[in-house]
Design a protein around this ligand. Sequence first.
Ligand code: AHG
Ligand code: MN
Ligand code: MN
Length: 333
Amino acid sequence: MAQQNMTLLRHVLTRKPSKLPTDDLALILERIEVIGKRISHELARASLRGELGFTGETNIQGEEEKKLDEWTNWVFLDTFERGDPVCSLISEEMEQAEHRAGTCRGSSYAVLFDPLDGSSNTDINGSLGTIFSIRKRAPNHAESIEDILRPGDEQVAAGYILYGPGTQLTFTAGAGVDIFTLDPMLDQFVLWRESVQMPRRGSTYSVNHGNITKFHPGVRKLIEHMTSRKDKSSSYSLRYTGAFVADFHRCLLEGGLFMYPGEISADGKSKGKLRLMYELEPMSFIAEQAGGRASNGKKRLLEVKPQALHDRQPVYIGSAEEVELAERSNVEG
Ligand code: AHG
Ligand code: MN
Ligand code: MN
């Protein structure tokens, strides 16, 4: 079959088994696909429409909110307005979950998302992303979210959309990782790579070096080793875009390590920046499904039990060999 004939929906409906029933997966991904197209088209002309810059507000993370953070969050809420089988929407930009009472019969799901990842790149036409995680809700959950505050191993599907020179959607539903490219002529996500395998090792690492004085000595030792250039195993190049989605995508395709270490504060405690439930868990699910690894420096990120929706963790994610090297370097003490 010609590749442009394998659209995202056709792929979901005709291919592999997954961690959730095919019709539920298709219904949810059909909405995500609409969201990806809406955001992709708008980002392409955002500079001309006065949509760059800040809103003047601070979001629940204490970060200055970009106009596009707010708008992309609204796109999720709007597109999932009648979101059956999705009952709960949980976002980086909203303190509480939003529930869609009455839309769910039978099975129901929560979508957790970072609507716009890498938002410091909005004003310079840099790469951006959207990250999503799908969880099944417990029967009779009402508005409680206790059933969702569970380790990331309980996700049933996850993915991200990268808005780069081209727009690509990567997802897993527990049966490997597939990547689709938005064909602008067809306005359809079309299969590009199926059952992607992350190389066991890579030649790049990604980290914000500007924070190096705040990292644990183990991280500094790791970076010293990776840049000592004694041999091939200690010769890495740095790549860092400021968008987790873009940096992770490089690791997925070419191997390597992305890290956002914990930063040691005055009380001596180390705290991560990236959010567990809608940034790290979905990417960890994808990494493992592609044969890579994801750790907080001490354990698998998918085994960490969140205490609250907006919890943060340190992250070391990418090729199996580099993530093992990070853990062996006692990066988090
Ligand atoms: P977001 O734009 O959703 O807040 O995420 C930004 C994240 C992530 O995309 C990126 O890897 C990291 O923050 C960049 O942070 P620094 O500017 O601190 O390096
Ligand atoms: Mn983000
Ligand atoms: Mn964001």
